[in-house]
Design a protein around this ligand. Sequence first.
Ligand SMILES: [Zn+2]
Length: 134
Amino acid sequence: MSTTSHISRLRQRIVRLIEQRQAVEKVLMDRPLLLKGTFIEVRRTCGNPGCKCARGHRHLCRQLSASIEGKARTWNVPRKYAQKVKRLTDNYRRFRRARAAWVKLNKEMLKRVDELEAALTLTDFHDEHQRQKG
Ligand SMILES: [Zn+2]
């Protein structure tokens, strides 16, 4: 049997975990579209010796890079899709971060709930009898 203050601290911790988890679940349930990968902008030369890039004005190249089934892949992104691709990959990162936080919070939640159970569980009904007398 644990002390009342121990139980009260556990309950407060669980209440905070519930609040944190709800905030994270809001992100998970927000349902914007996701695009797996990272949007990158790189400066490139095209290989044409007569091009301005050969004189230092390298081309701005927009790319999406992602790992698909364990393989790193890269796609060129047309300029008109750049903003959208960036936004969707940001959504993806945000979702993945929320998911990771959710897993972590659930892990702690399970631990705290088990601690609460242990703290609340009488090993002998005499314990409760003694407590009420005292
Ligand atoms: Zn060039």
